[in-house]
Design a protein around this ligand. Structure first.
Ligand code: DOR
Length: 304
């Protein structure tokens, strides 16, 4: 049996298959479909300092080969989560990575300090890349702000820190470099691409918020390219996200340079997929004569 565990600086995972924030709720609703302890980890929906009701409907629309969403960080707020949901998640025998979004550095720091009191939490993912709220991508589009929030969160708590980055910038490499230098244990690449859908007969945008974030198979080649570029340029472990639907997709991200992956949009269509991919990863690594996931990470060969 190949070794499936992976180490991303201070973050250790039993295997590299995670479920992405916002696509798995707070896990309860998935219990009928998934044996949670088989997963590499669960990243619950982004939490904010105060509860939010999110954006006006419609908030999702299917595009060709993808899904547009403009949820707008609808969530119960960090305090309700810590009081009512975290214990349930920590009982699931898988790594729980809490995802937070602050409107400013202070909010990130305050939330990180609260989560940091719960030592069984595996890590913190900083959502500095939400395309659907005002100011949501401010931290993820300015290398100085990205570095500031990462370093202050690191000072505020001892948990491993992952920065989730937006592709809606000229250079993801520049932001990833800043996050890495500030002490991020890993970067998640990528959040959704800004897009829109139009009902031309009504001359109206379909989404209530006009613009949304595109995810799913439509973005896989874009996400792969970004993972590969960052892997070439920055010394930081990468968690690849973007349209993964099969074990072949997982292998492509690993070979491009990701140490772990997140399954996102596909969870809405097949909640059991992530668990199935863990089994298939073990089989394919055996077939490829690999002793561990590390044997495959970053092995893309570019012809001379
Ligand atoms: O596409 C996204 N939608 N990315 C996020 O980070 C948050 C989410 C939302 O709540 O709008």
């Amino acid at each position: 049996m190949p070794q499936l565990s992976v180490q991303l600086n201070r973050l250790k995972l039993a295997n590299p298959i995670l479920v992405a924030s916002g696509t798995f709720g707070y896990a309860r609703e998935m219990a009928a479909f998934v044996d949670f302890k088989q997963l590499g980890g669960i990243i619950p929906k982004t939490l904010t300092a105060a509860p939010r009701i999110g954006n006006p409907p419609p908030r999702t629309v299917e595009a060709s080969s993808g899904l547009l969403n403009s949820i707008g960080l609808d969530n119960d707020g960090i305090d309700a989560f810590l009081a009512k949901t975290l214990d349930y998640l920590l009982g699931l025998e898988t790594a729980i990575i809490v995802n937070i979004a602050g409107r400013n550095t202070e909010e990130f720091v305050q939330m990180a300090a609260k989560v940091g009191q719960h030592k069984q939490v595996a890590g913190l993912e900083l959502n500095i890349s939400c395309p659907n709220v005002s100011g949501g991508v401010d931290f993820g589009t300015d290398p100085r702000l990205a570095a500031e929030v990462v370093s202050q969160v690191r000072n505020a708590c001892d948990l491993p820190v992952i920065a989730k980055l937006t592709p809606n910038v000229t250079s993801v490499v520049e932001i990833a470099q800043a996050a890495a230098e500030a002490g991020a244990d890993a970067v998640s690449l990528v959040n959704t691409f800004q897009g829109m859908a139009i009902d031309w007969r009504r001359r109206k945008p379909i989404l209530g918020n006009v613009i949304g974030g595109l995810s799913g198979p439509a973005i896989k080649p874009l996400a792969l390219r970004i993972v590969w570029q960052v892997a070439q340029a920055v010394n930081v472990p990468i968690i690849g996200i973007g349209g993964i639907q099969s074990i072949d997709d997982v292998m492509e991200f690993l070979i491009a340079g990701a140490t772990a992956v997140q399954i996102g949009t596909a969870n809405f269509y097949n909640p059991g997929l992530a668990q199935q991919l863990v089994t298939e990863l073990s089989e394919i690594l055996t077939e490829q004569n690999c002793q561990s996931v590390g044997d495959i990470v970053g092995t893309l060969q570019i012809p001379a």
